[in-house]
Design a protein around this ligand. Sequence first.
Ligand code: SAH
Ligand code: SF4
Ligand code: F3S
Length: 449
Amino acid sequence: MGVSRRKVYVETYGCQMNVSDSELMLGILSKEGYTAVEAPDEADVILINTCAVREHAEQRIIGRLGDLYQFKQRNPRLILGVCGCMAQHIGEQIIARAPYVDLVMGPDVYRQLPEAIERIETDELYVSLSLDKTEHYDGVVPVRQEGVRAWLTIMRGCDKFCTFCIVPYVRGRERSLPMEEVLRQVHRVVDQGYQEVILLGQTVNSYRDGDRDFGDLLQAVAEVAGIRRIRFTSPHPSDFAPSILDVIASNDKICKQIHLPLQSGSTSVLKAMRRSYTAEEFAALIEQIRTRIPQIALGTDIIVGFSGETEQDFLATCQMMEDIRFDTAFMFKYSPRKGTIADRKLADDVPEDEKTRRLQTIIDIQQQITRESNQAMIGHTVEVLVEGESRRDPEKMFGKTDDFRTTILPGGNHRIGDLVQVKIVDSTGHTLLGETSHARSNCGDCPMP
Ligand code: SAH
Ligand code: SF4
Ligand code: F3S
């Protein structure tokens, strides 16, 4: 080992792919003797893993870099690195605006981290931004951060090139982890004591290994002994083969929850976005999913104020949300991204205050639907995977249902990782409140029935 033992702090922004990548970064570094620490003031190396999906995300990170600079002022030997999608997107600008940054690294070159850190000891700056369409990080053992849930990136990159989206430029071409490697990692996750695995990819259902597709992979993962719950995110509506639905419907371990980004309810906007489906095709897919898996919970992503979106287009989105009644939705104002097709060819022509109004309108629609969807759970008994102590009340625990609703339950004797039957008795906007039935003693010593 060429370096003295070092402490590394990784701060993660953006989507679950970044959460998973941060775990891989820590995996690569821990193999070289580094240890992860929980706070920046304990670290010799600070890495921030960044997101470029909207301008707001980038601005937040620029602000955060300013905060982290104080640690460098206190400790001149501290290494400060910017990794991930924003590094890939505007690495040069980061160096210009924050010249105290030591390392700028895109998402495909994290294997270089140990060498890079060593080089920074003698050089001033290490920049590496090449995308590598063969990099899957196979063989890297991630250092996992979360308690009960293991994130597992099964495909990287994206080939869809939706006109608004930066991801294909900062994450490179689509590539899938070989199925044997996925299964090896699922076995490892089980051995480490995780109950739940979430398969990740920007278009996770485009997964392919030879002639085996995402449905085959899901089936194989469900057959791994010891795994209790399987989820995946995010599938693309155009790649949802009916066989995938069959696998979900027929496997208890595969959670009955699908996050399926719609983006817009107007076919002409979808076309301008290059989403490759019409509003009618999306609605038909939802119908097919609900027919095959009636208990499914559905989530979505919506963008308002995209180039050329008229009031009529916007109302079509509102109508579609009312018709489909997604259980949850992430909603965004369109944010032009430098280098994308929309930014080069289409005008960002919906005024900011109109984007704000449209966003607020759909947030109101969705809040009402989410509230009603949660209220409909009252009286049902559901299985909750216990994740931890409730932040508001240490006497209580929290966890997720099979369909990914956050549920608060009495602490009782439950431990993190337990699967508990919970009767839902109330709900707030986003959370279910549950009761557990009194544990029946089977010790034989007491006179309980
Ligand atoms: N791969 C996923 C989405 C990844 S990005 C998919 O195709 O479904 C997550 C979400 O961010 C997108 O679904 C979209 O709703 C939103 N998003 C992406 N680019 C955006 C932009 N330029 N402006 C606003 N929202 C955007
Ligand atoms: Fe972006 Fe579209 Fe790829 Fe999703 S499918 S990551 S929205 S380009
Ligand atoms: Fe952001 Fe990169 Fe994910 S741009 S949304 S962190 S893939």
